[in-house]
Design a protein around this ligand. Structure first.
Ligand code: UT7
Length: 331
């Protein structure tokens, strides 16, 4: 990427208080803690309470990111929220956050790329800064997947959780920030992971409700195969774009869907697991929120330091995928 150097000036995350453990899930569906841990690495997940919506989580993460960046809400030029669980069809979550933050001069829109949404948002947001259109952009990945999870379906109920992560983007030191990115899609695989009803193809009806078509439906095995293939490929393409060798990676921050998928991505990149941020055990798969939450933990725990090459990579419904190479620098 040429021109201005754009980086993360501040980062924050938030997960709701309520926790559902695997032991609690054992009482809801035919599953076991041992099966879930062995097949996914997940031990518990946080879920939003009644009346707690995506914009509530997004706003809390955004406030933390702004504080971390030392940037005031009034300075924001644009707010992008990556989500598939908006509070309502419209207005967008980004507009609700804009109002909550009183970000008086910011434009605001939502973006849908499912679990790859945060990386898509990062690429879009940083492009606005590179082009000189905007100076400060807030990118949030926020989800309340618990609201669209079929808690009677053991294939999916064990996987998902709620949360939000946010970053403030702006100009950074030359040679630092986002050095290379790669995004991709394959709509032919859309049926593998979807919420079929509630849109214009199948508007809400008594039948769609009876069919449980407003919940996530997933072909887990096929998504798994796709994920294992695409994670390594996407990361390699972003590294190529950045002209950085995998050997230079200090830290990999992958989408937290399944520990086995994360392990296979690390293997493909030749990375030991101690260079990989893993928190899927605590939060499950929080879709667009998973990468910024993991990145925030990586930074706040001191694992990610100034000058480190950090690779973020994810995949999701659509199908979509994305990766980014960031040379970390934060004042
Ligand atoms: O952000 C993207 C979102 N999606 C994903 O990342 C999902 C990717 N896929 C996966 O993570 C894995 O495919 C799953 C965790 C969903 C499933 O793991 P798996 O190793 O692919 O299991 P499987 O579907 O092959 O099922 C193996 C067995 C089956 O029983 P039989 O047919 O061998 O008797 C399932 O019925 O495990 C059974 N099973 C379960 N058993 C206990 C499926 N779900 C469960 C469960 N508890 N929750």
């Amino acid at each position: 990427m040429s021109g201005k150097s754009v980086g993360i000036l501040g980062i924050g995350s938030y997960v709701p208080e309520k926790v559902i453990t695997n032991a609690e899930l054992e009482k809801m569906v035919d599953t076991s803690d041992a099966w879930i841990v062995e097949r996914t690495g997940i031990k518990e997940r946080h879920v939003a309470g009644d009346g707690e919506a995506t914009s509530d989580l997004a706003t809390k993460a955004a406030e933390r990111a702004l504080l971390d960046a030392g940037v005031k809400a009034e300075e924001l030029d644009l707010i992008i929220v990556a989500t598939v669980t908006p509070d309502m069809v419209f207005p967008s979550v980004a507009c609700l956050v804009q109002d909550n933050l009183k970000a008086c001069k910011a434009a605001a829109f939502d973006l849908t790329a499912v679990c790859s949404g945060f990386i898509y948002g990062l690429v879009v947001g940083s492009s606005f800064i590179k082009s000189g259109t905007y100076k400060k952009v807030l990118v949030i990945g926020a989800e309340t997947l618990s609201k669209i999870t079929d808690w009677t379906d053991r294939n999916t109920a064990i996987l998902f959780g709620d949360g939000a992560g946010a970053v403030v983007l702006g100009e950074t030191l030359p040679g630092h920030g986002i050095l290379g990115v790669h995004l991709g899609s394959d709509g032919s695989g859309g049926d593998l992971l979807k919420v079929a009803a509630g849109g214009s193809r199948q508007p809400t009806s008594e039948k769609t409700i009876a069919d449980r078509a407003h919940f996530i439906q997933m072909d887990g095995k096929e998504v798994f195969k796709f994920a294992v293939k695409v994670m390594g490929e996407a990361a390699s393409k972003a590294l190529e774009a950045a002209n950085i060798s995998p050997k230079e990676i200090a830290c990999l921050v992958p989408h937290q869907a399944n520990l086995r998928i994360i392990q296979s991505a690390a293997k493909r990149l030749g990375l030991p697991m101690d260079k990989v941020v893993v928190n899927v055990d605590k939060y499950g798969n929080t879709s667009a929120a998973s990468i910024p939450i993991a990145l925030d933990e990586g930074v706040k725990s001191g694992r990610i330091k100034n000058g480190d090459v950090v690779v973020i990579v994810g995949f999701g419904g659509g199908l979509t995928w994305g990766a980014g190479v960031i040379k970390w620098y934060k004042e």
